[in-house]
Design a protein around this ligand. Structure first.
Ligand SMILES: NC(=O)c1ccc[n+]([C@@H]2O[C@H](COP(=O)([O-])OP(=O)(O)OC[C@H]3O[C@@H](n4cnc5c(N)ncnc54)[C@H](O)[C@@H]3O)[C@@H](O)[C@H]2O)c1
Length: 336
């Protein structure tokens, strides 16, 4: 494999993408892009490649094989569609888009051609997620009866003051659910099955003076296979606790909290340890960005679409937007 790469959006999460590209045999960083002149200058200085203030100039001048899109949520779908249109493969950070309409647009753009696109739900590559999915798909634990999940994290007002887009409907398309809890929403629907109905509520419980989006949310989801799941997430916790995700089947209880514990009905208990890493100093982002990125590059020549496609990523976006629709009925245009 040999591929040239560019990173668009050189903020916080870009460090993980730069690191993965640098470690990947055959991948070569050839350009960076950021609309903020200071961020751009810093990235050019660190990485020693040409820098561009907008993605169209980068695509025109360099035309890399792969772009990594690490921009705010409202700059995902439009930038990704421009890349796909020019035959440039895309790894775009989650969420798929900030609105349902933009998400739909990217789903359509992705299915229109053979250019590859991945959405960065890297937690699907966690050892525990893979083990859970394998066990549930194998059928050996019987049918799924139900599930629950919690995301009990901590974010300060400063986190939003540092990056104002994160606290707005226009820039983020939502708050805690779109930015943090979406990984767990994605895992829940991937592991338990497609969601057919959601009842939920999102609210701003403690950061109301700083952000216009939600910092706390809960929902109950009905899955196509008849299972029901309960979900709770907040940024009001005192620290970033490990995400919990528990799936109950006819023959076992699978409990994720860091590591995965599988308690079988016959008394056996299996433990699947999670990989540990503090990649980029942000261990709570998960350890698997690099695995997803490596897998994407390894599959560039395969004819099939990448498995975490826009259509897959649209599922968590729809669940979250359904909760918003119910929570803010007077602002349907703003939150859709
Ligand atoms: N997968 C994960 O675990 C994970 C973790 C953190 C962040 N993220 C995602 O990564 C994305 C970026 O988050 P962040 O925290 O790094 O944000 P950030 O604000 O730190 O960085 C975004 C950068 O994009 C630049 N930018 C904005 N619009 C642009 C445009 N049109 N073209 C080029 N550059 C542009 C900004 O100037 C900024 O430097 C978000 O989608 C976020 O949800 C994912």
């Amino acid at each position: 494999m040999s591929a040239t790469a560019a990173v668009i959006g050189c903020g916080d999460v870009s460090a993980v993408h730069f690191e993965a590209v640098a470690k990947l045999d055959g991948a070569e960083l050839v350009a960076v892009c950021d609309s903020d002149p200071q961020r751009l200058a810093a990235a050019v200085a660190v990485h020693g490649v040409p820098g561009f203030a907008d993605h169209l100039s980068l695509l025109e001048a360099v035309r890399p094989d792969v772009v990594h899109i690490c921009t705010p949520h409202d700059q995902h779908a439009s930038v990704a569609a421009d890349c796909l249109e020019r035959g440039v493969h895309v790894i775009v950070e989650k969420p798929l888009a900030h609105t349902l309409a933009e998400g739909r647009r990217l789903v359509e753009a992705a299915s229109a051609g053979s250019t590859k696109i991945a959405v960065c739900f890297q937690n699907r590559y966690n050892a525990t997620s893979q083990a859970m999915h394998g066990l549930l798909q194998s059928g050996e634990l019987g049918a799924v009866v139900g599930a629950s999940a919690t995301v009990m994290w901590q974010r300060s007002a400063q986190y939003y003051l540092d990056r104002p887009w994160r606290g707005t409907w226009a820039g983020g398309g939502g708050g805690l659910m779109m930015n943090q809890a979406i990984h767990t929403v994605d895992l829940l629907q991937w592991l338990v099955g497609d969601v057919v109905a959601v009842t939920g509520n999102a609210s701003t419980r403690f950061l109301g003076g700083t952000i216009e989006v939600e910092d706390t949310a809960e929902f109950v989801a009905e899955h196509a296979n008849g299972a029901r799941s309960a979900f709770y997430a907040t940024l009001a916790n005192a620290f970033n606790a490990p995400v919990t995700l528990e799936v109950v089947t006819e023959k076992a209880v699978l409990s994720l909290r860091g590591d995965l514990t599988v308690a079988h009905g016959d008394g056996r208990v299996d433990v699947v340890p999670e990989r540990r890493s503090d990649s980029g100093g942000r261990s709570y982002w998960g350890v698997s960005h690099e695995l997803l990125i490596n897998d994407f590059y390894a599959r560039l020549d395969e004819p099939e679409p990448f498995w975490i496609s826009p259509a897959e990523a649209d599922k968590s976006l729809r669940i979250i937007k359904d909760v918003y629709r119910q929570s803010y009925p007077e602002a349907a245009d703003l939150v859709s």
